[in-house]
Design a protein around this ligand. Structure first.
Ligand code: 2AL
Length: 243
């Protein structure tokens, strides 16, 4: 089986580290195909970045790589372009925030999110509401690390994320931590060992959910709003992105 792992930012270093995290959990017969858009922000840290990244996701789901995949994972914690990708494709498409929230709700009655810039907390908060998981999510905490700092993070970064997670567990009375950035995937095992509670990396759980749904022969519904986009002219620079 082939899983397209789509990093919506344009950092090749982050795409490679996301691919490594995905391959670490993939089943022996699963091929991970990592891609990122040809345009857009190098990191996604706000609403403006996210709007551009969603267009990058649209670009990538039109490629032969995506058409050939058995499932797709959108590997950014804001799940940009998730609904658009589900319209465009018939295979299962999972966002890492959505996957991580659901996984956390299986493992603890309440979880806390530890993310990058504090300004992105509202993005995660809105997603929690969109997915109906507000009774499980007990807090969302920024660490004010720029996303690209995670490309090359040492022990000091891990210790700061660990400290934020410890504080979150205590103040929120949570039983699990969700990592709020695809760039944190490589830190998951280490943080789980240090914290002694489930630590959920959305990349890993999204890959496993994607594998399971594809193996069960389950596909995105084409009835209603996830039906293929309506054909129409797109103008200006978006002309080549029309369905
Ligand atoms: C992210 C992420 O996962 N990738 C990125 O560029 N920005 N999300 C975040 N909250 O930092």
């Amino acid at each position: 089986m082939k899983i397209l792992v789509l990093n919506p930012n344009t950092s090749a270093v982050m795409t490679a580290s996301i691919a490594q995290a995905a391959r670490a959990v993939a089943a022996p017969g699963t091929e991970i195909v990592p891609v990122h858009p040809s345009f857009g922000p190098v990191s996604i840290e706000g609403h403006y970045d996210e709007a551009m990244a969603a267009a990058g996701v649209v670009e990538q789901v039109r490629t032969p790589h995506a058409q050939d995949a058995d499932a797709v994972v959108i590997a950014c914690f804001g799940d940009p372009g998730l609904d658009a990708a589900r319209e465009a494709l018939a295979v299962p498409v999972l966002g890492i925030a959505e996957a991580a929230f659901h996984a956390a709700s299986f493992l603890a009655t309440g979880f806390s999110v530890v993310t990058t810039m504090t300004r992105t907390c509202v993005i995660a908060e809105r997603l929690v509401h969109r997915y109906g998981l507000e009774r499980h999510c007990r807090g969302i905490h920024g660490t004010d690390f720029p996303v690209l700092d995670l490309e090359d993070c040492g022990d000091e970064t891990v210790s700061r994320i660990e400290a934020a997670a410890r504080e979150a567990l205590a103040s929120d009375r949570s039983g699990a931590i969700v990592l709020g950035c695809a760039g944190m995937a490589a830190l998951c095992t280490q943080l789980q060992q240090r914290l002694g509670v489930p630590v959920i990396d959305g990349v890993a759980v999204a890959v496993k959910f994607a594998e399971s749904l594809a193996a069960l022969g389950l596909r995105t519904s084409k009835q209603g709003d996830y039906a293929a986009p309506l054909p129409k002219a797109y103008t200006g620079w978006a002309g080549s992105l029309r369905w």
